[in-house]
Structure formats: structure tokens, C-alpha cells
Ligand binder design. Structure first.
Ligand SMILES: NC(=O)c1ccc[n+]([C@@H]2O[C@H](COP(=O)([O-])OP(=O)(O)OC[C@H]3O[C@@H](n4cnc5c(N)ncnc54)[C@H](OP(=O)(O)O)[C@@H]3O)[C@@H](O)[C@H]2O)c1
Length: 296
């Protein structure tokens, strides 16, 4: 099997490359300087030059949530137009597309987990541009999987776990928001889900196209997540400093873009149709902390 992976240098993309390799999948992964998805003719030619392709996986995105408020045009070009160019090329070449999206398409006002067909209402530019990207794909390419995930962390790129571990070396006390709930999700687990879907669709498509949610099982809030990060780090590296986490309301930590207060995704559809069972977030964090500690 051969796939084209866009965004292979990102948090999720780096892990997809590894998991694809472990499953003997040939993975062509141009960097953003080799392929800028906002350039439609580059998108078309990279696909034509790599045919035949069994799948295209889009893990690329403009992901700077706060900066997007000031860079709406660029965020929209990458997240909406880039997704549309990929989908149009997929239609032309008859290649299915697996596209990664986000919990930020929701406003976080719910108090039960979001299903794939729950009403969307993004709070900011990033979420709006991602939602428009999803819609652009649905509008032209029936053979798509849109995989929404949330609260991503891993060894590559910037994320909450790495930020906490760096800050913990500088300060003995940290104030962390405790009124936003979600499911910390390891990039490595998302990559396993992506590759599993691609393999299953290759052998038995069986009309399972559409939108799916995948995030870790069980939810938490940022302050509790931070406490777990520090306590697990201490068990891996006894020299890691003791850090006190003070829970604060989000009103005491203003950000340029508003965040959803409740980001829990209902993953029962992916469990039923692909038999992919989301892992518990703490178990994945425990597995990944040693490697992340080595990379900060
Ligand atoms: N991070 C989260 O907490 C989170 C939560 C929910 C959903 N998601 C979704 O998960 C997916 C992966 O996110 P991530 O955290 O892995 O992102 P990331 O670490 O920021 O990586 C983004 C990737 O996109 C590439 N890229 C950016 N602009 C591009 C362009 N114009 N053309 C081609 N490639 C471009 C980047 O390349 P360079 O490195 O060269 O710039 C990088 O490889 C995204 O769809 C995101 O919306 C993320």
C-alpha cells in the first residue's frame, strides 16, 4: 500500500509516518516547503507524480489557535482552501482522503460528549477555518474520512505536556485552568487509529466513509492533566523538580481565542464501525512521558 501524507513533520504526522512504516506502508511525505497545500497546482502535481496512491492522509493544518485571530486569511487558506484542493485532486484521481479535524468545531457549551452529528459552532477563527475545510471535503468527495480529535500531545512539536515540563523546570508553582474539560490524546494513538482505518478501508471499504471522533477515553481538566504530567515525570526521573499546580478559573487566564469549556468527543461510532477502542488518557500518558521527557 502507498499513501501520500501531508503534514508529516507535525505532532500527529510524525507519528503517522512511524506507524505506517511499522505496517509496511509506503509513505510519501513532502515537507511544507516541498508542498504548500495552498498552491493548487503544486497539490495536483505532487499527486500526479506519486501515482498510484491508495490513500491521501492530511495531517497538515494551521494550528496556532490564538495567532489565527490575527491571521484569518492565512488560516483559512491552509485549513479551508488547502483541504478543498486536496479533495478536488482526490476526486480527479479517484483516491480516498483521510483528513484530520478538531473538537474546536464545537462551542463547548454541551455537558454530554459530542457526537459526529452534534451541531457545530466554532468559537474562533481556527475552529471556523477547520469546519470550512471539513465542509469543502464533504461537498465534493464522498470517499472521505474526517477524523476529529482533541487535546493532542506527543514528542514532536509544541503541546501542553511539553510546555508544562519546560515550565516545571523553571518554576515551583504553576496556575493552571481547571474549568475546561477534555480528553488528552496521544499523537501516537491517533496515528494507530489513522493507519488502522486506512488498512481496513483497503481490504473492506463497506461504505464506512464519513466523519468520526477519536480521542482518549475518560475526561479531565487542564490542572488535573498537569498534576498527572508532573507526578508521572517524577516517577520516570526522580531528579525532576516538585511542582505545585494551583487550579484557577479560565477567567484568570485570558487568551486571544476563546476555548471550548467542554471538549469531550463521543467515540462510539469509530468503536462500532472500525473496532477502534480509544485508550484511557492516563495510560497513554504514562507510556509516552519517558520519551517526551527525553525530547524537551
Ligand atoms: N494540536 C492539537 O491539540 C489538535 C487538537 C485537535 C485536532 N488537531 C488537528 O490535528 C491535525 C494535526 O495537528 P498537529 O498538532 O499535528 O499540527 P502541527 O504539529 O502544528 O503540524 C502541522 C503540520 O502542517 C504542516 N503545514 C502547515 N502549513 C502547511 C501548508 N501550507 N502546506 C503544507 N503543510 C503545512 C506543518 O509543516 P511545517 O512544520 O513545515 O510548518 C506541519 O507538518 C490538524 O488537523 C489539527 O487541526 C490538533
Amino acid at each position: 500500500m502507498k499513501i501520500l501524507l501531508i503534514g508529516g513533520t507535525g505532532q500527529v504526522g510524525s507519528e503517522i509516518r512511524l506507524v505506517a512504516e511499522n505496517n509496511n506502508i509506503e509513505c510519501v511525505s513532502p515537507t511544507s516547503s516541498e508542498l504548500d497545500i495552498t498552491n493548487q497546482s503544486s497539490v495536483n502535481s505532487i499527486i500526479e507524480n506519486n501515482l498510484p496512491l491508495d490513500y491521501i492522509v492530511n495531517a497538515s493544518a494551521y494550528t496556532a489557535v490564538d495567532k489565527a485571530e490575527d491571521e484569518e486569511e492565512l488560516a483559512t487558506k491552509i485549513n479551508r482552501d488547502g483541504s478543498q484542493y486536496l479533495a478536488q485532486a482526490c476526486v480527479e484521481q479517484k483516491i480516498p482522503l483521510l483528513h484530520i479535524s478538531t473538537d474546536y468545531v464545537f462551542d463547548g457549551c454541551a455537558d454530554t460528549p459530542y457526537k459526529e452529528n452534534s451541531p457545530t459552532n466554532p468559537l474562533g477563527v481556527y475552529g471556523k477555518s477547520k469546519l470550512e475545510g471539513e465542509q469543502a471535503i464533504r461537498d465534493c468527495l464522498p470517499e472521505h474520512i474526517i477524523l476529529r480529535t482533541a487535546w493532542v500531545y506527543g514528542s514532536h512539536g509544541n503541546n501542553f505536556v511539553k510546555t508544562m515540563l519546560k515550565l516545571g523546570r523553571q518554576r515551583s508553582e504553576l496556575n493552571v485552568v481547571s474549568d475546561q474539560y477534555g480528553c488528552p490524546t496521544a499523537a501516537a494513538d491517533i496515528a494507530e487509529a489513522v493507519v488502522s482505518i486506512v488498512i481496513q478501508m483497503q481490504t473492506n471499504p463497506n461504505n464506512r466513509w464519513g466523519t468520526y471522533h477519536f480521542c482518549s477515553r475518560d475526561s479531565t481538566h487542564w490542572a488535573d492533566f498537569a498534576k498527572s504530567i508532573f507526578s508521572l515525570s517524577k516517577t520516570v526521573d526522580p531528579e525532576y523538580p516538585n511542582v505545585t499546580v494551583n487550579p484557577i478559573p479560565s477567567s484568570e487566564y485570558p487568551t486571544k481565542a476563546a476555548r471550548p469549556n467542554y471538549s469531550v468527543l463521543d467515540c462510539s461510532k469509530i468503536e462500532q464501525l472500525y473496532t477502534i477502542t480509544p485508550p484511557n488518557w492516563l495510560i497513554s500518558l504514562k507510556r509516552d512521558i519517558p520519551n517526551i521527557l527525553k525530547n524537551i
